[in-house]
Design a binder for this molecule. Structure first.
Ligand code: TRP
Ligand code: SF4
Length: 404
């Protein structure tokens, strides 16, 4: 797969540190399911990442890896369209992180906002570790090793993708200048055929001499169309176009996942650390119980007390689960004290159960036959590994490690 095609490649990872819940479903997984139809997708279990914060609690990780993949499959992540794998089964990620660490300024890692933030937030954990400091670079390696063009992440991770871009740029700058680059690039130009070669050269001049952005874009589009050039040549041509060396690592972009509007049972963001979640595998009678006992607008002590949906966490669930007519019924019924809170919760309970029931049925199938899941993952790991090896080989070569 070439750099150009990989601009259509999506990569994302999730840490296996707990049971998945409705927040994951509405925030991340539904987005993945949509993306898998639009791009070539790689989704992985970030078990090494989990160790950066859970190094003294490794069993948590072990327990959650398989369950997490089962949940992905149960909600509709399709191994026919997406590659599903486990980070630690593709050790190439670690080698790339090591190699990148040689040229990554320490300050870049110390300045990543999540570094200090998380240390503050997770005070109970000792995060003064080398692994934790280096974790954004591991993430950069995860992304760069597949030359992913798009990385779906939440707002808190955008800085990591930005770091990834900077690392790629620095890498290309340092190591993209292979000996004889100009000659190799010129001969790659010729290999495109007469017409395309001439166009490429003209557009390149227009960009380099007049800074013509449109010419740059046209030339990139032209390269994208070329079927018969090798990966190496293609990268040379991209680099030659912009006046840099060979482009070995591709700069990714973040694909910002809209913040999940899924509230937890207390109206805060749904999160394990707030203990306000409905797990995807939550027994359905418990779902009913949890929602039934959710707090509501405190003004509604008695049925005859009017309330205000905006002050009620149940209302937020209605905004996710209910249609217009039901929402109107809620607003009117609440503000004019026409309905009781339990009555108001009923459609939400029904909707959540209707959403979870088929997911749980699917998950139960996989639980009965975990080998199916393991073989899906094994296959994904193999596919991922092949792609990772391709990049790593070029990186080794660029860094002078391909002797003998
Ligand atoms: N760091 C991400 C998180 O904590 C998980 C992750 C690891 C990831 N590697 C990635 C996400 C690469 C996107 C791309 O949620
Ligand atoms: Fe909340 Fe509905 Fe009760 Fe109003 S009627 S307070 S929206 S649960």
């Amino acid at each position: 797969m070439s750099t150009v095609d990989s601009q259509q490649r999506v990569l994302s990872g999730m840490r296996p540190t707990g049971k998945l819940h409705l927040g994951h479903l509405h925030g991340v997984l539904k987005n993945w399911i949509k993306l898998q139809h639009e791009y070539e997708c790689l989704f992985f279990v970030a078990d090494w990442h989990a160790l950066t914060t859970h190094y003294n609690d490794p069993l948590v990780i072990e327990e959650n890896v398989l369950d997490m993949v089962m949940d992905w499959l149960a909600v509709g992540v399709n191994p026919g369209s997406a590659t599903i794998f486990i980070q630690s089964k593709v050790p190439e990620h670690a080698e790339l992180q090591l190699l990148l660490s040689m040229m990554t300024p320490l300050g870049w890692l110390e300045r990543v906002p999540s570094y200090k933030d998380q240390q503050e937030k997770l005070r109970e954990k000792d995060l003064e570790t080398y692994g934790f400091l280096g974790y954004p670079l591991l993430q950069a390696a995860d992304i760069l090793i597949y030359r992913a063009g798009w990385v779906p992440v939440g707002a808190d991770q955008v800085a990591h993708v930005e770091l990834t871009r900077e690392v790629a740029r620095r890498f290309n700058h340092l190591y993209g200048r292979e000996p004889g680059f100009e000659t190799l690039a010129e001969s790659a130009v010729k290999k495109m055929g007469k017409k395309a070669s001439r166009m490429y050269s003209q557009l390149r001049v227009a960009y380099q001499e007049q800074g013509d952005q449109e010419a740059l874009m046209k030339a990139q589009a032209l390269l994208k169309e070329q079927q018969n050039i090798s990966l190496g040549d293609r990268e040379r041509l991209y680099g030659y176009l912009e006046g840099s060396g060979k482009m070995i690592l591709a700069e990714p972009q973040s694909l910002l996942t809209p913040a999940s509007k899924m509230p937890g049972l207390d109206g805060q963001k749904m999160s394990k650390s707030y203990d306000n979640v409905i797990a995807l595998r939550e027994p359905l009678d418990q779902v009913q119980k949890k929602i039934s006992t959710m707090p509501t607008d405190p003004a509604r002590v008695r049925l005859t007390d009017p309330g205000e949906p905006e002050k009620c966490p149940v209302w937020q669930l209605h905004t996710t689960y209910s249609d217009e007519a039901t929402r109107e019924w809620v607003c009117d019924g609440c503000r004019n004290a026409k309905i009781g809170c339990l009555e108001c919760k009923k459609p939400v309970i029904d909707a959540v159960i209707a959403e979870l029931e088929p997911i749980q049925k699917e998950a139960a199938q996989y639980e009965k036959d975990p080998d199916v899941v393991k073989s899906i993952v094994a296959e994904g790991c193999e596919v991922a590994r092949d792609k990772a090896k391709e990049t790593l080989q070029e990186v080794r070569q660029a860094m002078g490690l391909s002797y003998w």
